[in-house]
Design a protein around this ligand. Structure first.
Ligand code: ADP
Length: 487
């Protein structure tokens, strides 16, 4: 029996290189994490195939960069429109590949498309500058040019959205892309390639390759024709890519792990705090890099907050992600489930209290119970690890300065959240927290219009907003001399 998504019109199980669909003799199997069924296979390309894809992207970049920003905008908008027209089918593919509830998959498609809409127009505004002359008879100009071929490597937690936020600014700026999606979620990427093809994105401008991650990563990072690497994934892999890119001195953008604190002050509106922490902890079943990882609650309100959070967590519906009432699907695989269960067990062994959940879900497979741990301390592994699962950890604190020190005491610096109604405290926290993103009284900070990204070991570069396109460009300074009129 073929898997139901393999009969969808946008289902592609070949790689997309230079406008052609490519097979390989060796393949890799892809499974539906909810049911364990095999969805299909994808090609296991060789290092030589990746080199070929890069060469095509390099050739295509020369002509793509010569098109006008308006032309690129027209093609990108067509791609955006096709994605929205096919949103249900694309959402079905996401849910089958990675197990998030269909409603969340649809939201991802709409949010993902919004990056294409935003960046379609953005290269029209890649302005240069004219600098006052530093010598007589000279003029100094600055222009921005596309950086060239981009190697993009994306994770499985947002199989669509993590691609569009990289590919859209790259293409808009006049770059071409060789994209390696996560092996768990290749079909979302290949469906996007099919729609790019239908939208008229020329051959070689967007290429999607699959195969061994290390082989592809090494070729993208070391090939001199690739001028930029953009990556979202674990900090460990990000560091490897950064090192591999050093010899060819590539520009590198990294969106890596997080260890997001959510700080609830004694003056917070507790309902706002609980609603937003629920969203930021349990969205995507806890599998996002901006998910709340540590909840710090002022000790005077800890009991009240914990009761409200428990009430909300116990309302979550774990189950089949295609069922409209389901809020939590399974984790991406059994290893992820076992990993989080070990973290929970080890925290409990070291003194944490489990007040709800705490075990694999009776549905089996990689389903895990939504869990709350209290009495969590900083010496436990769970405090220093990106949990990436539906497990909320509550810590208590007494003073503002203490909680700032706790929150910042991590090598990560992606997202932090603060709940307070005190304006001076909002500003103090916003400035004191060492994070790229600070949400105040909200756990929902993402949008195509804002610069998403982290500091410290959470990465470098920003995605979204006017800043997100700059990483795909180089600044060129042009000095024009001999401009004096003849005497
Ligand atoms: P996760 O733990 O979320 O899967 P990873 O960092 O392992 O995060 O994976 C993110 C992306 O990086 C995926 O596309 C994966 O295949 C890819 N990847 C993993 N290891 C490497 C590597 N050594 N070189 C290049 N890409 C890699």
């Amino acid at each position: 029996m073929p898997h139901p998504i393999s009969t969808l019109p946008l289902f592609r199980d070949q790689c997309y290189i230079n406008g052609q669909w490519i097979n390989s003799t060796q393949t890799i199997a892809v499974h539906n994490p909810t049911t364990g069924e095999q969805i299909g296979t994808i090609p296991m390309l060789s290092g030589g195939d990746i080199k070929t894809a890069i060469t095509h992207a390099h050739t295509a970049q020369k002509s793509w960069a010569k098109t006008t920003a308006k032309h690129r905008a027209t093609v990108l908008k067509k791609w955006h429109d096709l994605i929205l027209q096919n949103q249900n089918e694309l959402a079905t593919i996401i849910t089958a590949e990675m197990g998030k509830p269909t409603a969340e998959s649809l939201t991802e498609i709409i949010n993902g498309a919004s990056y294409i809409e935003w960046y379609a127009e953005e290269s029209k505004r890649l302005y240069g500058n004219i600098i006052p002359p530093h010598a007589q008879g000279q003029r100094s100009l600055v222009i921005r040019q596309p950086i060239g071929v981009v190697g993009a490597i994306t994770p499985w937690n947002f199989p669509n959205g993590m691609i569009t936020r990289k590919v859209a600014p790259a293409l808009s700026a006049g770059c071409t892309v060789v994209l390696k999606p996560a092996p768990a979620t290749p079909y979302s990427a290949l469906a996007l390639a099919e729609l790019a093809h239908q939208a008229g994105i020329p051959a070689g401008v967007l290429n999607v390759v699959t195969g061994d991650a290390q082989t592809i990563g090494a070729e993208l990072c070391t090939n001199p024709q690739v001028r930029k690497i953009t990556f979202t994934g674990s900090t460990a892999v990000g560091k490897i890519l950064l090192k591999q890119s050093a010899d060819t001195v590539k520009k590198v953008s990294l969106e890596l792990g997080g260890n997001a604190p959510s700080i609830v002050f004694e003056d917070a509106d507790l309902n706002t705090a609980v609603d937003n922490i629920m969203a930021s902890k349990f969205r995507n079943n806890g599998q996002t890099c901006v998910c709340t990882n540590r909840i710090y609650v002022h000790d005077s309100i800890a009991e009240n907050f914990t009761n409200k959070l428990k009430h909300a967590v116990e309302k979550l519906q774990v189950g089949d992600p295609t069922n409209p009432t389901t809020t939590q699907g399974c984790l991406i695989n059994k290893t992820a489930m076992e990993r989080v269960h070990n973290l929970v067990q080890s925290a409990i062994a070291q003194g944490a209290n489990c007040i709800t959940g705490g075990n694999p879900h009776p549905l089996g497979g990689s389903f895990y119970q939504p869990t709350i741990l209290t009495n969590v301390t900083h010496t436990m592994d769970i405090a220093n690890t990106e949990i990436f699962a539906p497990v909320a950890c509550i810590y208590t604190y007494t003073t503002d300065e203490q909680v700032i020190a706790y929150a910042n005491n991590t090598p990560y610096g992606l997202s932090a959240y603060v709940y307070t109604q005190n304006m001076p405290r909002m500003w103090h926290m916003a400035e004191a927290l060492e994070y790229g993103i600070v949400g105040i009284n909200t756990g929902n900070t993402s949008s195509e219009t804002i610069p998403f990204g982290g500091i410290k070991e959470s990465g470098m570069g920003r995605e979204g907003s006017k800043y997100g396109i700059e990483d795909f460009t180089e600044i060129k300074y042009i000095c024009m001399g001999g401009l004096e009129l003849e005497k």
